[in-house]
Design a protein around this ligand. Structure first.
Ligand SMILES: [Zn+2]
Length: 125
């Protein structure tokens, strides 16, 4: 039982106890009021349950949508990583090895080490 329902139950019990002292008309009004409050609490409880189910459903939908996005757009992102326009061919002056160097690296580094002969290749002219 929710705390709201148990609070209503304790109010109903309290009304029953004071019923002996109040006149019957007042008691009737109090009983009707608690009846209305009880029905409201029941409806709130139902709405909370439905909302919980909707939240679960939305979470599952969001996960599925994320998976679909990965499948649809993930491949393109992978292609972008290997975009040949992001690379520049640099020829090693010592061994003649042609190295595909990232443009970003060329902008940030002054020189690179040839993986073939370990020659220090200057990439800033
Ligand atoms: Zn080399």
């Amino acid at each position: 039982m929710s705390s709201l329902m148990s609070q209503i139950e304790s109010v109903k019990t309290a009304i029953d106890k004071i019923g002996q002292f109040a006149n019957s008309e007042e008691k009737d009004i109090l009983i009707k009021l608690t009846g209305i409050i009880e029905e409201m609490a029941n409806r709130i409880e139902k709405m909370e349950n439905i909302q919980g189910e909707i939240n679960e459903y939305v979470t599952i939908l969001d996960e599925n949508l994320g998976n679909m996005e990965d499948e649809i757009y993930g491949f393109e992102e992978e292609e972008e990583e290997f975009d040949p326009f992001d690379y520049v061919d640099i020829k090693c002056s010592e061994c003649g090895e042609i190295l595909a160097v990232e443009k970003e690296l060329i902008n940030s580094e002054k020189s690179i080490i040839c993986p073939n002969c370990h020659n220090n290749i200057s990439i800033k002219n």
